[in-house]
Design a protein around this ligand. Structure first.
Ligand SMILES: [Fe+2]
Length: 183
C-alpha cells in the first residue's frame, strides 16, 4: 500500500493518508505528479522498457524526457549502505526527478513550505519531484525495488545538497513501514 505521511520540520507526525486518489490529489495541488500504473509481469531492463513502452512514451511527451533506464537493488547488494546514503540528505535537482516503481518500495520525502511529505511508493506508483524541490529518498536498510528513471539532460539529475540535516529528524523509511505497513 502506498502512503503519505506528513510531518512538521521537527519530525512531529501531523497526518496520514492511505487512499491513493486522495494522496494523488493532495500532491497534485503542490505540483507533484503521483499516478498509479498497472503492473506488467516482466523482468530485465529490455523487457521492462518494451512492456511499458506506451506509458513511457506518454510521460516522455508530457515532460520532454529523452531517455529512460531501469534501476534495481536487492537486500544482498554489497554497496546497499553506500547507495542508500547517496540519496539520504536533502537536495534539489535542476530537472524533474521522475520514478516509476515496478516492484518493491522506497520513500520520497518532499520538503514543501514548512512540512515534510513522506510518500511511500510501491509497485505501480509513478512520482515526479518538481525541479528545485528540496527532497531526499530513503530505500531503507534492506533495499528492494526496481524503478524506471526518466532523464532529460544528464546534468539535470545532479544532486545539489541544501546542507540541511532535516532528514535526520524525520522518521526514516524503515520506521514508517514498521509503523504503518504490516508487510
Ligand atoms: Fe533526488
Amino acid at each position: 500500500m502506498s502512503l503519505l505521511v506528513v510531518y512538521d520540520e521537527t519530525g512531529n507526525f501531523l497526518w496520514l493518508e492511505k487512499d491513493h486518489q486522495a494522496i494523488s490529489q493532495k500532491l497534485r495541488d503542490m505540483g507533484v505528479l503521483f499516478e498509479r500504473w498497472s503492473i506488467k509481469p516482466v523482468k530485465g531492463q529490455e523487457d521492462i522498457l518494451s512492456a511499458y513502452q506506451d506509458d513511457i512514451q506518454r510521460i516522455n511527451e508530457t515532460f520532454h524526457f529523452i531517455s529512460v533506464d531501469v534501476a534495481s537493488i536487492t537486500p544482498d547488494h554489497p554497496k546497499k549502505e553506500e547507495l542508500r546514503n547517496m540519496f539520504l540528505k536533502e537536495h534539489t535537482h535542476s530537472d524533474f526527478e521522475v520514478r516509476f516503481f515496478i516492484e518493491g518500495r522506497g520513500t520520497f520525502y518532499l520538503h514543501l513550505q514548512d512540512k515534510v511529505y513522506a510518500v511511500v511508493c510501491e509497485e505501480g506508483d509513478l512520482i515526479s519531484v518538481p525541479a528545485g524541490t528540496p527532497h531526499w529518498f530513503d530505500m531503507g536498510k534492506n533495499p528492494h525495488f526496481t524503478a524506471i528513471r526518466f532523464f532529460t539532460i544528464p546534468e539535470g539529475w545532479v544532486a545539489n545538497f541544501t546542507g540541511s540535516n532535516i532528514s535526520e529528524v524525520i522518521p526514516d523509511h524503515d520506521s514508517i513501514v514498521s509503523s504503518w505497513l504490516t508487510s
